[in-house]
Write a protein that binds this ligand. Structure first.
Ligand SMILES: *Cc1c(COP(=O)(O)O)cnc(C)c1O
Length: 396
């Protein structure tokens, strides 16, 4: 049933009305000049959001997973070695995708709740004297555990060993919500989708390739047709698409980028940090803990909240949907039933966040946890009251 309640799943995120309207465009001949007026600003907008002057951005109809596949198949060949750390369900799925493509995957196991261990990446790279490892894979924000990792540290680990491997980054639940510095961090491929930080409906796989990644596409022998970067690049030269493009979503993306840049990226990141601080203050007031083990790993886009041992966190998510018509995220994989997630990425305000915190609180009390009603809300209110007004009107 349609509801005006915001959603608190960590993607798909709430769609602002103006973006929903921008996606609603009449059929347009994508071979006409007017398509270029949508495509070009959308591509340029994404480059600005990831802070890159050098990346080539490509957009496919698809999802983040399609973006992963694009990254792998365009730069690698079957049998190539890749190095990746597993610290949650999304890094696990990326590993699975690599294996299915016949890649030789070296896995660094990290705790679910821990960040990516740059020192272990470095050890593996140091041991790889013959430079067998062709790509280093990193999940910037592990959505399953609410853990953000330091991508600059991974880059430093690669550089310290003077290793030529590509750095491929899953930025799906990060880009557009928390700081992402494609050029500064020496990222070779960044992957995201439309339905998280870009506040759009599901339907776009968004990838950015560095010049080095573009070079790798010339020798990569994985089969690829639909997700072929070269086909896409060639069509972009004339402002076109190699097949029928998702025009409405691209028009929405153009606006989404404008909105993020108008608010200013630094304000967007600050807003996410403030909202997350409020959620974390609530979790603390409830006497609960986050899955993320250390503050340096706390995610500003999703909080994974561990519930007491004899409490079924998945039941809470089901109950919230049925009783209050509010969506939270369930625990995935190893942490299923042990935690629930409050997604706070995309176009969220302090006031929206308070409604999610209040609802989570009602659900926990309804289901028998002894938490004083209002305790988490009050803690978050203090955080939001204390923060200075942001300067732009669109940041409200
Ligand atoms: C959502 C998500 C994905 C998967 O994206 P889909 O669009 O569902 O294919 C991958 N990685 C991370 C970190 C995510 O949060």
């Amino acid at each position: 049933m349609f509801s005006q309640n915001p959603v608190f799943v960590p993607g798909p995120t709430n769609i602002p009305d103006e973006i929903r309207k921008a996606c609603d465009v009449p059929t347009l001949d994508h071979r006409s000049a007017s398509f270029k007026d949508i495509l070009t600003p959308a591509l340029n907008g994404v480059a600005k959001v990831i802070k890159s002057l050098t990346a080539e951005v490509f957009i496919f109809s698809g999802t983040g997973t399609g973006g992963w596949e694009t990254a792998i198949t365009n730069t690698l060949s079957p049998g190539d070695h890749v190095l990746i750390a597993r610290n949650g369900m999304f890094s696990d799925r990326w590993i699975n995708l690599c294996k299915r493509h016949g890649l030789n995957v070296s896995i660094i196991e990290a705790g679910w709740g821990q960040g990516l261990p740059a020192d272990k990446y470095r050890e593996k790279l140091a041991a790889d004297k013959n430079h067998e490892i062709k790509a280093v894979l990193a999940t910037h924000n592990e959505t399953a555990t609410g853990v953000t990792s330091d991508i600059a540290q991974i880059r430093r680990a690669i550089d310290a060993e003077k290793h030529p491997a590509l750095l491929l980054v899953d930025g799906v639940s990060a880009i557009g919500s928390i700081d992402f510095r494609f050029d500064e961090w020496g990222v070779d491929i960044a992957v995201t989708g439309s339905q998280k930080g870009f506040m759009l409906p599901l339907g776009l796989a968004i990838v950015a390739f560095s010049p080095k990644a573009m070079d790798a596409t010339k020798t990569a022998r994985h089969y690829r047709t639909y997700f072929d970067i070269q086909d896409m690049a060639k069509s972009y030269e004339t402002g076109g698409y190699p097949y029928t493009p998702p025009v409405g979503l691209l028009n929405g993306l153009k606006l989404a980028c404008d909105m993020l840049l108008d608010e200013s990226l630094e304000n967007v990141f600050q807003r996410h940090n403030r909202i997350a601080n409020g959620v974390r203050a609530a979790v603390d007031a409830w006497g609960l803990k986050l899955c993320a083990e250390k503050p340096e790993w706390y995610s500003d886009t999703v909080s994974a909240i561990v519930t007491p041992t004899n409490f079924d966190a998945t039941a809470l998510v089901t109950y919230a949907a049925e009783r209050y018509n509010v969506a939270f995220g369930v625990g995935l994989g190893k942490v299923a039933g042990k935690l629930f997630r409050i997604g706070h990425l995309g176009k969220l305000t302090d006031v929206m966040a308070l409604s999610g915190i209040a609802t989570a609180e009602m659900c926990m009390v309804d289901l028998g946890l002894s938490i004083p009603l209002g305790s988490g809300v009050a803690a978050a209110q203090e955080v939001y009251r204390a923060s200075p007004l942001l300067e732009t009107k669109s940041a409200a």
